[in-house]
Design a protein around this ligand. Sequence first.
Ligand code: 7PJ
Length: 278
Amino acid sequence: MQLQLPRRTLPLDAPAVMGILNVTPDSFSDGGRHVDPAAALRRAREMAGEGARIIDVGGESTRPGSAPVDEAEEIDRVVPVIEAIRRELDVVVSVDTMKPAVMRAACAAGAELVNDVHALRTPGAMEAVRDTGAAVCLMHMQGEPKTMQHAPRYDDVVAEVCAFLAARIAACESAGIARASICVDPGIGFGKTLEHNLALLAHGEALRALGVPLLIGASRKSMLGQLLGRAVGERLPGGLAIAAIAVWQGAAIVRVHDVQATADAIRVAHALRRARET
Ligand code: 7PJ
């Protein structure tokens, strides 16, 4: 298994860690409203050293209830950080954005993967990815970030998420995006109750059957708070359990804050899976 990037491929025979790099003023502030690219680069360096093969740079929070960020502002936040990472580190940079203009600017700066929680449904997003040749992660979300947790509802969450992702893969292929450049994500916490999240995580095989690499992101998320009664900073053991079980079910990429611990956990899960297959 691999993911086709613009001028190279990302091998995924062994699962990859995608390290989260939020470049929002509340994460890497220089004290004011601005993001400090040097501080973000230090964090990227640290994650690469801990084994992240992908660094996911995001300039707009998509957490439940968060407000949108202006397009020019988002570009100003992510582009200098992407350029700095590409200059120095041998990692794949992905850009976590829903906006076509940000996708284009980020890819021009060196991003090779577009991570879109909106699955390229924003007008112009599909064309932006096709034109840049970037790979894409299509994520499922019910509703929009501001209101998605109000009353999530499904008849069969696994079947509905699989059908949505299959339709988005088909739409991308029709628009000229190669299937080899597509990965998918059920969107843990995006318009889902705890029960919905658990059903999706327990049915990784159904998602794998879509036939493209599977990405799972559950790091520090509220489902762990609900299950464990733990604050955000105390959710690593729970997150490691999810990462290991996701890889056991065939996930190719796990998106996390805690890179070193996750890299160890998924190496063990992957070794066990290999042992079972041979
Ligand atoms: C995800 C994401 C996820 C993908 C966020 C957070 C919320 N992108 N961006 N999958 N989550 N592909 O990290 O808590 O689960 S932002």
